[in-house]
Design a binder for this molecule. Structure first.
Ligand code: ADP
Length: 556
């Protein structure tokens, strides 16, 4: 733009200067012509006067100074005398325009260019009293020749004009463009500039607002999308039709150990080249959706891929990656549990069947019958507690069948359970020390009772005679803390992490004697999780065991 303005101004100034020069030259030429003719008229009158008073015409004419040409022409056009050339050699002048004009009107003028156009001849003719024509002529340089003579000067003037117009054009272009360059496009209406730009600036402001609104809506949508995908625990990847990642959430990136920002835009196979992912993608491309199981480290994932269509054309793909490690583990546990349950049930049943068979066949001595009946009773009791524990566990597994949580007086439960187990403890020679502060927790009374019962029962069961069990309940930082500790046999360190597994027992033979099911601690752990509490187990072999449960604060 600056260039255009510059050239426009520069060329206009140049053309204007040239035109002005031309006009001045022409005007000068006109006034010059007038001057020449007035000089010629005066000269002619002077010669005419001379002729009239001359005794010898020829002698007078010859005595005239020779810078202007004087010609005397007869009535018929024959040249009588000419100061420049021999009259006899000159052709008839009757048809010369100035001569014709003089014959008709008394005087005549004309001007003619020489052959080269560089010399211009001016003629003034006057009809004398005797009808002869007296013509005076002078020659001057033509305008063309003047112009050609003036070329160096003109060039100089032109250069001067060019320099001045360049400087002016530069300055003008700069001054015109400067306010345009200084426009604040972020605030078009705040610019005080040319009125002609007002419609443009108003349009810009409108568009700016429209763009801002659209950007706002777009970023709002982007925020919503990011908020949704980033809060997903599942991995989420959005692919374009070329398998490049348009979006990838934090979960997906961390599953594949990548940085979400840096992998965005890359091919999905650069993220992970596993067969499972490729299978899911290929199946989705062929059938619209596909799935596969992906194993990464200790975790198992389910990959679900679905084609996204736009006007029945594939526009990309959505990939969801679900962590199914827990589900797989739960399935595995359920399978193992079923096998264990069958085994656990079979053991007391076999025993019961054996004793019952002996008694039925009358093989048992009468003094043994009572003992066998006692065995059958204890095996059946074991079976019963096993079945009760299994029912309790499956209730905990099926969370839906659990009653609602309510505030429960945990101190009352602890004291009640301790009282119930007191005879049992006395029988085992174990002292029960109960030290409970007033404390209520949010929970299910039956489940809380189960927890306390299992913990105190274990503390008594796995104790030594003259040992002791401590049950304490206190509130620390709004959290209720239940602690059951014993001075019993303790749990070897390598078993500590496994005692919460279903049917896990440290010492099977000892367990058999005391009648444990191997499900007590599993029920405790499951119950604690159901109530949103935390559990901690500390044990030293031969010294004792402490189980601490911390409940969440009771909401008021
Ligand atoms: P069980 O019904 O056999 O007692 P649990 O699930 O309650 O089953 O306990 C699992 C195993 O953990 C027990 O067999 C026992 O070996 C060990 N155990 C549990 N509590 C204690 C404790 N207070 N002291 C020592 N060992 C314990």
């Amino acid at each position: 733009m600056k260039q255009r303005i510059f050239w426009n101004i520069f060329l206009s100034s140049l053309i204007a200067a040239l035109l002005l020069g031309g006009v001045v030259l022409l005007a000068k030429d006109r006034s010059y012509e007038k001057l020449v003719f007035s000089d010629l008229t005066a000269e002619c009158e002077y010669v005419e006067a001379g002729l009239l008073s001359a005794v010898d015409e020829n002698a007078f004419l010859e005595s005239l100074p020779t810078q202007d040409r004087v010609t005397l022409i007869d009535v018929d056009g024959t040249v009588v005398f000419d100061t420049a050339k021999d009259a006899a050699t000159l052709e008839n002048h009757a048809n010369r325009p100035e001569v014709v004009e003089a014959q008709n009107y008394g005087e005549g003028t004309s001007s003619r260019f020489s052959d080269t156009q560089l010399i211009r001849n001016f003629y003034y003719a006057k009809k004398l009293a005797d009808n002869r024509i007296l013509r005076v002529a002078t020659s001057e340089q033509s305008v063309l020749s003047m112009v050609s003579n003036m070329i160096p000067t003109m060039l100089l003037v032109l250069v001067a004009i060019a320099v001045v117009s360049i400087l002016f054009a530069r300055y003008a272009a700069k001054t015109i463009v400067q306010p345009i360059n200084a426009l604040d496009l972020d605030n078009p209406l705040g610019n005080a500039t040319y009125d002609e730009l007002a419609p443009l600036l108003t349009g810009m402001e409108r568009q700016r607002r429209e763009i801002a609104n659209r950007m706002c809506a777009l970023s709002e949508k982007q925020r919503e999308f990011t908020a949704v995908t980033e809060n997903m625990r599942e991995g989420f990847i959005l692919l374009d039709s070329n398998d490049r990642m348009l979006a990838i959430n934090g979960s997906a990136a961390s599953i594949f150990g990548a940085d979400a920002k840096s992998v965005k835009g890359a091919y999905v196979l650069m993220l992970n080249r596993s067969v499972a992912l490729q299978q899911a993608i290929e199946a989705a491309k062929k059938e619209g959706s596909g799935q596969a199981t992906l194993i990464r480290g200790a975790n198992t994932y389910q990959v679900l891929a679905s084609i996204v269509t736009d006007n029945q054309m594939s526009a990309g793909m959505v990939i969801l990656i679900l962590d199914i490690t827990d589900r797989i583990a739960a399935e595995q546990m359920r399978r193992e549990f079923s096998a264990n349950v069958s085994h656990e049930l079979k053991t007391p049943l076999t025993s019961i069947l054996g004793y019952a068979e002996i008694m039925r066949d009358g093989v048992a001595k009468p003094e043994d019958t009572r003992r066998f009946a006692g065995k059958i009773y204890s095996e059946a009791s074991q079976l019963m507690s096993l079945i009760e524990d299994i029912i309790r566990l499956s209730q905990l597994d099926e969370k839906t069948s659990l009653p609602e949580m309510v505030p429960v007086d945990l101190k009352a439960i602890c004291e009640d359970v301790s009282q119930r187990l007191q005879p049992h403890a006395e029988k085992a020679g174990v002292t029960l020390n109960v030290n409970c502060e007033e404390a209520s927790v949010y929970g299910i009374p039956k489940i809380l009772e189960e927890i306390v019962l299992n913990l105190i029962d274990n503390a008594v069961k796995y104790n030594t005679s003259n040992g002791s069990v401590g049950v304490t309940l206190k509130t620390v930082d709004h959290h209720v803390e239940l602690r059951v500790s014993d001075t019993g046999i303790g749990i070897p360190e390598e078993h500590l992490s496994r005692v919460f597994e279903r049917f896990y027992r440290v010492d099977r033979s000892r367990n058999k004697q005391i009648g444990g099911t191997g499900l007590g601690l599993s029920i405790v752990k499951h119950s604690v999780e159901t109530l949103g509490a935390t559990l901690q187990l500390e044990s030293k072999l031969g010294i004792g065991t402490t189980v601490t449960i911390v409940f969440p604060p009771l909401l008021k």
